[in-house]
Design a protein around this ligand. Structure first.
Ligand SMILES: [Cu+2]
Length: 289
């Protein structure tokens, strides 16, 4: 498997762009952003954590307030009969696999030997997919309330209902606030990666602005100069041929039509960026459900 290839960089760039677009939307509506997880919530983290803060109403006094980002995040049960998912959601799995992978991706020694593409591919196919599934609840048909999975090409309007926030489906996962916490965590690993390289061999990675996003110049550790965000006919990186781009554009049109039609709904602002990511990330939950 080629770990250092372009798609790993695309994965990271597309999500960073998406996170910043959504944070801008929140800022423009003066809504506080959904904070990233600083560390993955442990199976034994208390569900409600309170921290001491200054009391604005009584200067000099302290109050205890609920601190969401330090609180635990309950793990919803797996669909009965899905043993693979049951294992993935277990504390054993968290401690024996996820916590170890997490420590690799925060380790300076490990990060300073990875290219950006390898970082993206490794993150996506290990902890990213596991986080989506760990915190997903049972997928339900929003109309009937019965357990059901949306087909990959089923863009029926009923799936646009904001109550459909299944984390295992790219159509809906971004409606779930946990999506932004876990993707915020992933996004922060790029800064760890950059800092690890700076510490190990300062100057080998240069930063620049790409499409309004703070990114990394191609060089020893970075392969792609124009990470994928939306298919275009005029640049041909990753050996994408014309026919391939045409097919991708068609798929994007279908997805965009589905996203546009939910305009009046609350989830629209968040809907576009992740709809775009469908074409990039590939099926996430298929092998787990
Ligand atoms: Cu994701």
């Amino acid at each position: 498997m080629d770990l250092g290839n372009g798609p790993g960089e695309d994965f990271l760039f597309m999500h960073r762009k998406m996170i910043y677009m959504v944070r801008d939307e929140y800022a423009s509506k003066t809504v506080p952003i959904i904070e990233s997880w600083k560390i993955l919530p442990r199976p034994n983290t208390p569900q409600f954590s309170y921290s001491e803060q200054d009391d604005a109403a009584n200067p000099g006094k302290k109050v205890f307030r609920l601190n969401i980002s330090d609180s635990g995040f309950m793990v919803p049960p797996a669909h009965p009969g899905s043993n693979g998912l049951k294992f993935l959601k277990s504390p054993d799995y968290f401690w024996s696999v996820m916590a170890r992978v997490e420590s690799l991706f925060t380790s300076q020694r490990h990060l300073s030997g990875l290219s950006l593409g390898a970082l993206g591919n490794l993150l996506e196919f290990t902890i990213h997919n596991q986080m989506h599934m760990r915190w997903s609840s049972i997928s339900r048909d929003p109309k009937s309330g019965q357990p059901a999975n949306r087909g990959d090409f089923d863009f029926d309007e009923k799936w646009d209902d904001p109550t459909y926030d299944y984390l295992g489906d790219f159509h809906s996962s971004h409606v779930n606030p946990i999506f932004w916490r876990l993707h915020g965590w992933l996004n922060d690993r790029k800064e760890d990666w950059y800092n690890a390289h700076e510490a190990a061999h300062s100057g080998e990675i240069e930063r620049f602005d790409y499409q309004g996003i703070s990114w990394f110049k191609p060089g020893k550790w970075v392969q792609v100069s124009n990470p994928f965000y939306w298919p275009e006919h005029d640049h041909h990186h990753h050996q994408m041929d014309e026919e391939d781009v045409t097919v991708k554009l068609r798929v994007m049109e279908i997805i965009k039509a589905a996203a546009d039609r939910s305009q009046p709904k609350a989830d629209t602002l968040l809907g576009h960026p992740e709809a775009k990511s469908r074409a990039l990330c590939g099926p996430l939950a298929n092998n787990l459900r």
